[in-house]
Design a protein around this ligand. Structure first.
Ligand code: MF3
Ligand code: CO
Ligand code: CO
Length: 297
């Protein structure tokens, strides 16, 4: 028997019985694969811009540059260096590679990178502070390349820090790892914060609440917010194509902070050490992929 195709053509009457041509009717719904309809829903409901393959390639390129920038900084960090010297290194390297430092001029931020030493939790403004033996320093690089943003930060040791100092850095790194391990479709934003908080508090450390991870890629800070504390099963469900940072700030003492008169620098209220690691993470069909990968163990 001849195989009679059941395919509906654009100009046929729509099989739904509306009396309209198929092209004016259900052909639109047919284009709504589950992925596309989720994408529209997440934009409408949460303001989240889910990324396509080409976007992900773009963010990855920006991420590779941001990581190379951090490697370059690591090779240069020395006792006696000023935090502003790190800014010069990052600024020049970014421009030389055809990119723009996202921090510069962002809501009035005066420098090209955040450099946060010891009790500085985040958003340290590079300046005349001199790095001394035993310090820990966070360098937070956000590069814009080809219109795409990637956001990544790491801690570096200056000289030879003591055991307690090394501990807070190791706990912060493991907190990021624990958070990243929760990223897969079907899990929720709250699962990430829960995993981070549980580990940090088990180690006798605390989680900063005032700053959160965030959607990233088309812009510096996009929805959703990604808290580093929380409860399992709460918050938005993760779907493939979401790209956001996880960037837990972990304190050796209490979680409380204050902002210095410069309007940016966040420091621990008790003056104790704080550490942070950040990566830009893509939700994939199977789980996650870091778009700014570096080893977390
Ligand atoms: N890079 C920071 C983050 O991880 C944001 C810094 S905002 C700045 O989200 F203006 F201080 F650069
Ligand atoms: Co960030
Ligand atoms: Co950052």
């Amino acid at each position: 028997m001849k195989n009679k195709s059941t395919k509906v053509h654009r100009n046929d009457l729509c099989p739904c019985g509306s009396g309209l041509k198929y092209k004016k009717c259900c052909i639109r719904k047919a284009g709504l694969t589950p992925r596309n309809s989720n994408k529209a829903l997440y934009l409408r409901k949460h303001g989240i811009r889910v990324k396509e393959a080409g976007d992900i390639e773009g963010i990855k390129k920006a991420g590779r540059l941001a990581l190379k920038t951090l490697d370059m900084v690591e090779d240069s960090i020395r006792v006696g260096m000023r935090t502003d010297d790190i800014n010069t290194l990052v600024h020049d390297y970014t421009l030389k590679n055809g990119a723009t430092p996202a921090a510069l001029g962002y809501r009035g931020f005066p420098k090209s990178v955040c450099v946060s030493v010891n009790e500085v939790i985040c958003h340290g403004i590079p300046g005349d502070r001199v790095l001394k033996n035993g310090d820990i320093v966070n360098v937070d690089v956000t590069s814009i390349l080809g219109g795409y943003y990637a956001d990544v930060n790491k801690m570096f040791f200056v000289g030879d820090p003591d055991a307690t100092t090394r501990k807070i850095v190791n706990v912060a790194r493991e907190c990021l790892r624990k958070g990243v391990m929760m990223v897969r479709p079907g899990n929720r934003i709250g699962d990430i914060g829960f995993a981070i908080q549980a580990f940090a508090e088990k180690e006798g450390c605390s989680v900063v609440r005032e700053f959160v991870g965030h959607g990233v890629g088309f812009d510096f800070h996009e929805p959703p917010q990604v808290p580093h504390h929380g409860r399992c099963g709460e918050g938005i469900e993760l779907i493939p194509g979401m790209v956001f940072t996880i960037e837990p700030m972990i304190n050796l003492g209490a979680k409380d902070l204050r902002i210095l008169d410069d309007g940016w620098t966040a420091v621990t209220l008790d003056g104790a050490l704080s550490a942070q690691f950040e990566q830009t993470i893509l939700v994939t069909d199977e789980g996650y992929e870091s778009l700014t990968p570096f080893p977390l163990q």
